[in-house]
Design a protein around this ligand. Sequence first.
Ligand SMILES: *[C@@H]1O[C@H](CO)[C@@H](O)[C@H](O)[C@H]1NC(C)=O
Ligand SMILES: *[C@@H]1O[C@H](CO)[C@@H](O)[C@H](O)[C@H]1NC(C)=O
Ligand SMILES: *[C@@H]1O[C@H](CO)[C@@H](O)[C@H](O)[C@H]1NC(C)=O
Ligand SMILES: *[C@@H]1O[C@H](CO)[C@@H](O)[C@H](O)[C@H]1NC(C)=O
Ligand SMILES: *[C@@H]1O[C@H](CO)[C@@H](O)[C@H](O)[C@H]1NC(C)=O
Ligand SMILES: *[C@@H]1O[C@H](CO)[C@@H](O)[C@H](O)[C@H]1NC(C)=O
Ligand SMILES: *[C@@H]1O[C@H](CO)[C@@H](O)[C@H](O)[C@H]1NC(C)=O
Ligand SMILES: *[C@@H]1O[C@H](CO)[C@@H](O)[C@H](O)[C@H]1NC(C)=O
Ligand SMILES: *[C@@H]1O[C@H](CO)[C@@H](O)[C@H](O)[C@H]1NC(C)=O
Length: 609
Amino acid sequence: MGSKILTFLAILTLITAAETCHPNDLKGLLSFKNGIYSDPSGRLGTWIGTSCCKWEGILCDNKTGRVTQINLPGFFTTEDGTPLQTCMNGWLSPSITLLSFLEVIDLSGLIGLKGKIPKLIGFHLPNLRKISLCSNKLEGPLPKSIGKLSKLEELYLCENSLSGVLPENLGNFEGLQDNLLSGDIPDNIGDLQGLKELDLSNNSLSGRIPSSITKLKVVSIIYLNNNQLTGEIPEAISLGQMPSLSFLRLNDNKLSGRIPYSFGYLSSLKRVSLANNELNGSIPSSLFKLKSLTELYLNGNRLSGQIPTSIRQLSQLLILTISNNMIEGPLPLQIASLVNLQTLDLSFNKLNLSFIPKWLLKLPSLSRLYLGGCKIEGVISEDIQATPSQLQELDLSANHLSGKIPEWIGRLNGLYSLNLSKNFLVDRIPSSITNLENLGVLDLHSNKLSGSLQSVFLINSRFSGGSMAFLDLSYNNFTSGIEQIGDGMQNEFQYMNLSHNFLKGKLPDSIGRLEAIKSLDLSYNAIDSDLPTSLANATSLESLKLQKNHFTGKIPEGFLKFRNLKELDLSDNFLEGKIPYGEPLINFSKDSYKGNKGLCGVPLDPCRP
Ligand SMILES: *[C@@H]1O[C@H](CO)[C@@H](O)[C@H](O)[C@H]1NC(C)=O
Ligand SMILES: *[C@@H]1O[C@H](CO)[C@@H](O)[C@H](O)[C@H]1NC(C)=O
Ligand SMILES: *[C@@H]1O[C@H](CO)[C@@H](O)[C@H](O)[C@H]1NC(C)=O
Ligand SMILES: *[C@@H]1O[C@H](CO)[C@@H](O)[C@H](O)[C@H]1NC(C)=O
Ligand SMILES: *[C@@H]1O[C@H](CO)[C@@H](O)[C@H](O)[C@H]1NC(C)=O
Ligand SMILES: *[C@@H]1O[C@H](CO)[C@@H](O)[C@H](O)[C@H]1NC(C)=O
Ligand SMILES: *[C@@H]1O[C@H](CO)[C@@H](O)[C@H](O)[C@H]1NC(C)=O
Ligand SMILES: *[C@@H]1O[C@H](CO)[C@@H](O)[C@H](O)[C@H]1NC(C)=O
Ligand SMILES: *[C@@H]1O[C@H](CO)[C@@H](O)[C@H](O)[C@H]1NC(C)=O
């Protein structure tokens, strides 16, 4: 009898525990809800009554009845399995720290969540395993108390506005000094002995990277990219520190000094980006002993000296970018051992290659080759047509290439992007170029190419998959072919620049077929027709530059349909009549219309009756 009553009481307690949650949890969650003023997903709409364990996005421990998880990410799958991207606007309530049993908080990708990370989070929520708050509008500092979260495994705070002290605290001496001494990433970050993944990318963090970070024993991901971090990369003092670190992004900061030699101790590194910093000195040879490296980005620094011959050890390497540094030649022959290398970017260094080494074009996996500004001379090397792997991207811009674009270029079937701009190439573009069925980007600007544009307009027109999107032929000697623009084209042109040529003739109605185009520049030519009314079909236009031609007649009324137009230049033509009245045409200055034969109306002088 007695045991029955006891069981009954036990069940009752369980039920009530499930029904009414702990007053602190309830208070914390309701404060959170009150801070949010818009929730299009309606998830917080279920947060009524006192059974908070049943609310959407909340998970409780079934023994203690306490809230352990808040899962309300901006990107989620609904109960019927449809993926949904939503947002929330409001403030992250500091009372969230009342949920003292919390293990997981995921409020990532809500876009509109403002406020600060509670200062004492590390003291009040000691059970936290995962903090995921990326892609919001959080600001202020990363509290020092985070270092107390000994169970923390994942810390994702990317894409917010986190920084040091807030502007209004600047008068607060204590806070200021704290910031000056330690930087915005707390010194005690190395205390997080359980931390596996750290993502603080895309914030406004400044100061140094604390050297204690090298004490993170089990960390495998560190992303600190796109901040304003300064100072040197901390030394990994001894062999065996951060033994699991595989993915490291420190790119797009203001880090200076040398790449520490001890970088070579981080033997698990797979993908490393140090790009776009102010790193100087030579590339330490130890870096090239990291046998597991698959991707290495060093571009956009001030690195000097030669590429170390130890590079041959990187047999797993797929991507290497060293562009925009001050690396000198010669290229070590050992690069030929990189049998898996797919992408190589050596552009804009102090390399004087004179020609592309034959062995480089024999790399078995190479498909993206960037050799801009490498002082390559002579005609385009025939070896390019015989690479073991199909070339997808080729950039030989800003060299001293001369002669014609070879007929065999049409055989580079895999080519998606070709940049031969800023050379001394002459003569016509070979008609074989129409065979490049995958070409999407063609940049031939600033050469001495001449003849007709017709073949270029027909690139991949015969293939269903083709989608030319980018074309720059500006600063050449082209004279004809403008009549074919849009005709028979099967493309998705977004950017077309034919400016500074000698193009004559009519702009045809078929130009209206360029429905996806955002930027069209035909300026500095001698085109002498009316402006085709069909051009108004190109409603995606954001920039239209037709100045310095011989266009005649009126501006078509249809130009009022250019809802996205931000840049317009029709100056120095022979246009006349009233400028169609309305947005966006009235919003441009007089300069957009000056130097014509007889335009009038807003923004120019009124038309005479
Ligand atoms: C309580 O949760 C644990 C693990 O979360 C689970 O294994 C167990 O079956 C649950 N017990 C009840 C009574 O739901
Ligand atoms: C971080 O910021 C950079 C530069 O603003 C941007 O290109 C990049 O897409 C951002 N990263 C993420 C993950 O959004
Ligand atoms: C590298 O940069 C550091 C700090 O910016 C500077 O002190 C040093 O002189 C530079 N070294 C070289 C070789 O340019
Ligand atoms: C590049 O090297 C070639 C051949 O070694 C030499 O003739 C040329 O002057 C060099 N150019 C520059 C700019 O150093
Ligand atoms: C082609 O190369 C030039 C010079 O190196 C560069 O400015 C341009 O942006 C490149 N074009 C494309 C489409 O990337
Ligand atoms: C390009 O055109 C200009 C101007 O007409 C002319 O002076 C020059 O000789 C031409 N160059 C070539 C290589 O055709
Ligand atoms: C077109 O090319 C010229 C010369 O290369 C350049 O000055 C101009 O800004 C380009 N136009 C657009 C819209 O990018
Ligand atoms: C422009 O659009 C109109 C209406 O959609 C269509 O009738 C006309 O054929 C189009 N013109 C061109 C040149 O595509
Ligand atoms: C154009 O100007 C008007 C009046 O000055 C202004 O109200 C409107 O927002 C502007 N439109 C655009 C697209 O800039």
